[in-house]
Design a protein around this ligand. Structure first.
Ligand SMILES: N[C@@H](CCOP(=O)(O)O)C(=O)O
Length: 466
């Protein structure tokens, strides 16, 4: 398996080099040259696999044996050993048509742990094998940063710097990142929003001399490893849901979405042959993806702070990966679209193009009020406490009127991370011990202007301590 860029200007790469490259050197995103398709009989045989075995089986189609099987098993086993649930991503049945897959049983109580625990192990392994210092640089709207830091804190050969938007993440998200006292962690609290942070990251990854000099590595979903690791739970969900007599029927997924990485993993799973009927994109008031699917207009709008801050994103990185498949894997067309987006500030799809988008996805947004209403409703009706992101996912599921398929909504975070919204619902929740203890710890972070030169200065003095 080789990997190429959505913009076509990168020589095909192997698996490890693709992960190390992160953002493609031509500014695009790396994708597999072809997508392996799993036959239904094979899929059926995967039912008995544990989470780790399923992970290894799916990865075997992508890694070209570049990591010896025993080593890969060891990395995967260690990655999921810290999860608080033996099934890693357990499924709860709400009623005959709705299931919730809980992706928040990892160390930082968000779905990001599922890929980032493995990525931490992977980077540590590669750093040792290649005797190379790895400098991780990432942007977060709250969850990715906490999970990435947790995945590599204290690990030899690795330094991590995370940019988060100043005062625009939840209190617990901020504490999870900034109370880590390991010397290999730097938190920059950027006066701006997540899109500003992500823009700076992409600028620095786009400076190839800087990237090479400091061995910059990505942990965001621009990195194909994130996408691949997240496909595993789509398969796991399908294989483990108790569908009774409806066995092997198609299912829908409703996915709280911001950077488009999680739902793109579902799109990849679907392309690999997983019988998914509809991928439902759930947004909050930052609803660029909802507007795109409903009207064909992909146009970043004004940023809004919501009760689901991890989804407070206007520029969705993985949209470019979708475009690549949308235009029939034609890198020249992707580059053309991305140039239009840059020069005109929008991409517009009409007619058959829009119909195609709408056959790939449905999309619905939840207003701030709808989000709170949904938390209250599910607490009252099902005694199930949704976090505000999952509440957006459920809102989208309820708004979708497509068919009578079973829907799995991905619960992307634990409600304890977003107590601000839960308090507004006048619901009292008990915090898990791991979160409770954060409130007593000192915080370490630098508040910086939204300015690339300032970030570079911070990074250079952080790296100078190597
Ligand atoms: N929602 C994310 C934003 C970054 O997205 P990623 O999937 O590209 O890492 C967060 O919580 O940080």
């Amino acid at each position: 398996m080789k990997y190429i860029s959505t913009r076509g200007q990168v020589e095909p790469k192997g698996f490890i080099d693709t992960v190390l490259m992160g953002l493609a050197d031509d500014g695009g995103l790396m994708v597999p040259e072809h997508i392996p398709v799993i036959a239904p009989e094979t899929l059926n045989e995967w039912k008995s696999l544990s989470y780790v075995d399923l992970f290894l089986t799916i990865f075997s189609y992508y890694t070209n044996d570049e990591i010896p099987a025993d080593d890969l098993r060891d990395l995967a086993t260690r990655s999921y050993a810290n999860f608080r649930h033996p099934e890693v991503t357990p499924i709860t049945k709400i009623d005959d048509s709705l299931y919730i897959m809980e992706l928040f049983h990892g160390p930082t109580f968000a779905f990001k742990d599922v890929a980032l625990q493995f990525m931490g192990e992977f980077y540590s392994y590669v750093s040792k094998k290649q005797n190379e210092i790895i400098h991780i640089l990432g942007a977060t709207s709250g969850d990715t940063g906490a999970a990435a830091i947790q995945g590599v804190r204290g690990k030899e050969g690795i330094k991590i710097c995370i940019l988060h938007p100043h005062e625009k993440v939840s209190r617990v998200q901020e504490l999870q990142m900034t109370t880590v006292d390991d010397q290999n962690v730097l938190n920059l609290s950027v006066k701006g929003n997540f899109d500003d942070c992500q823009k700076i990251i992409k600028e620095l990854f786009g400076d190839l001399a800087f990237k090479k000099e400091y061995h910059l590595r990505a942990i965001n979903s621009i990195n194909f490893l994130r996408i691949l690791a997240q496909t595993v739970y789509y398969f796991y969900a399908y294989l483990h849901i108790d569908q009774g007599q409806h066995q092997l029927k198609k299912i829908n997924f409703s996915v709280p979405s911001g950077n488009f990485g999680n739902i793109f993993s579902g799109f990849l799973a679907q392309k690999m042959g997983l019988p998914i009927n509809k991928l439902i994109i759930a947004t909050n008031e930052n609803n660029i993806l909802e507007r795109f699917v409903q009207t064909g207009e992909y146009k970043p709008g004004d940023f809004r702070s919501t009760y689901s801050p991890s989804m407070d994103i206007q520029v969705a990185s993985n949209f470019e990966r979708y475009l690549y498949y949308f235009v029939g894997e034609d890198a020249a067309k992707v580059s053309e679209y991305m140039n239009i987006l840059k020069s005109e500030g929008q991409i517009v799809m009409t007619g058959d193009d829009l119909a195609k988008v709408q056959s790939d996805f449905a999309a619905y947004g939840a207003s701030n009020q709808e989000c709170l209403d949904m938390i209250l409703k599910y607490k009252g009706d099902h005694d199930y406490l949704l976090d505000p992101h999952t509440a957006c996912g459920i809102t989208a599921y309820e708004k979708y009127q497509g068919d009578d398929e079973i829907c799995i909504t991905l619960a992307t975070a634990h409600p304890a991370k977003f107590d601000e919204a839960i308090i507004l619902c006048e619901i009292e929740q008990e915090f898990p011990e791991e979160i409770k203890e954060l409130f007593a710890k000192p915080q370490y972070q630098e508040v910086v202007e939204h300015d690339t030169a300032e970030i570079v200065r911070q990074l250079e003095s952080f790296y100078a301590l190597d």
